[in-house]
Design a protein around this ligand. Sequence first.
Ligand code: PHE
Length: 497
Amino acid sequence: MADTGVVETFLQRIEKVDGGADSQEVAASLGVDHQVIVGAVKSLQTLGDVISAELRSSKHWELTEEGTEIAEQGSHEARVFNSIPLEGLPQAELMKLSFGKIGFSKAMSNKWIRVDKSHDGGPRIFRTVESIHDQVREKLLLAKRGDAARLDEKEKNELKKRKLLAEVTVKSYWITKGNSFSTTVTKQETELTPEMIASGSWKEKKFKPYNFEAMGVAPDCGHLHPLMKVRTQFRQIFLEMGFSEMPTNNFIESSFWNFDSLFQPQQHPARDQHDTFFLSDPSLAHHFPMDYLERVKKVHSEGGYGSQGYKYDWKMEEAQKNILRTHTTAVSARMLYKLAQQEKFTPVKYFSIDRVFRNETLDATHLAEFHQIEGVVADYGLTLGDLMGVLHQFFTKLGITKLRFKPAYNPYTEPSMEVFSYHEGLKKWVEVGNSGVFRPEMLLPMGLPEDVSVIAWGLSLERPTMIKYGINNIRELVGHKVNLQMVYDSPICRLDS
Ligand code: PHE
C-alpha cells in the first residue's frame, strides 16, 4: 500500500476536479514525483471502484540541455554577433569563446559577419549588419512555454537535428472518480477472524480480494502423505506387473458410466440418495455414444447375448444423472468401451488408484470419500483360475501370501469373489478386496469379442495404509484433524516388509 497520506491528498485533489485529471499534472501540482502518484493509483485500484484510471501516452517537445542554455542566453551565432565590437575582433580570439566555433559558421552562413584577411594581426571579424533577429532563441522560447505547436514541422525538425529540441513520450493516467469514490481510504482486511464473526463486525468491513495469480512460495522440501506413500508403492507393483494406468481425472461421472454400463439395474439400492451423491448443477449429462447406450438399454430391459436382462422400463433420465463416482470401475468401463472400439482387439492390463465418493454414515473407519485401487486384465479365454493367479501374484508383492476366496455378488461380475488374507498380528482372516469376472451383459454391448474375458479386482487404499501405519481412526489420516507432524514422521512405505 502506498503512503496513506499521499493517497488521501491525491484523492482530495481528484474530488475537486470536474471530469478528470491527468496524473502527470496532479504530480506536478502536488510537487511529488509522478511515480508516487502511479503508486497511489495502483493501490487504489486494488480497493475496487474508488477511481478509474485510464492509461494514456502523449508526446510533446522538450528543450535539451543545450536548447535550454540557448533559450536563456541566445544562440551561438547571436552570441558571436554580440561579441564583435564595431572595430572588429581577431578570429583567433573569437575561437577561444565556448560558442565561438559553431557560432562563427552559423553567423557566416546567416551573412551577419565577414572575415577580413588583409589585416596584419591575422584574420579579423566584422559585423555586416546593424542588428540581428535571433530566431533560434525565439523558437526555443516558444517551445519552452509549451507553445511548440506554433512551430511548423520543418522548424521543429531543424531544432531537433541541432539537438536543441527533443520529442518525448509521456505516460500518464487519466483519472476519474469511480462509483465508490471517497477521499478516505479504509484499510482492507486480509483475514476473517473468529472475533469478527463473533462480534458481527465483519459486516462493516471491507475485504481484500484474493489474488489467485500471485506466485506461491516454493517449498524447498516436503513429505508425501501416508496415503500417497502407499499409493506410490501400489503403483510400482502394478507397473512391475506390466499394467498401465487409466486416466481417472474425473470425479464427476454420469450414472450411465458408473452404473448402467456395468449392468447395474436402475432400481439398485446403491443408486439411491442414501448411498450416492447426486449433483444438482449440472444435474444431467448429455453426451453418450448413442448406439452403445441403446444396446445397454436393451440388455437391461429386454436382455440379449443369451441373457434375459432385468425386464424393467429403463429410463434415459436415470442414466443421465450426474454423480460423484462411487467406484473407479466407472473408469474401467469407459476404458473397456474404448478398447472395444479398436479395429482389432489387443489384450490389455490396466490399473487405477484414485478417489471415489459414497454417501455413507461416518465412523472411525469410514469417510464419505476414499481411494480405490483397481486392476483390470482383458484377454482371450481368461478364467477364474487366472483371476486367482493374478491376485496371488499381486498380494505376494504386498507381502501377503495366505489368501482365501469367498463367493460374493456384484451386479457386473460373475463369478465374484471377496478376497481374505490371514493377518498375523490380528490372528484372523481379514477382507482385503473384491474381485470377479466381468459379465457378458457388460462386455458384449461394448463390442468386445465373445471369446474375450475381463477379470478385475478392487481394494481400498485407506485400509492397507491404516494397517501399515498403525492408525485406528480414519480422521487421523484424512481431513481437518490431521496432524501434519504425523505426515512428517511417517516413514517411507515398504509394503513387502
Ligand atoms: N467396484 C468394486 C467396489 O467398488 C470393486 C471391484 C472392482 C469388484 C472390479 C470387482 C471388479 O467395491
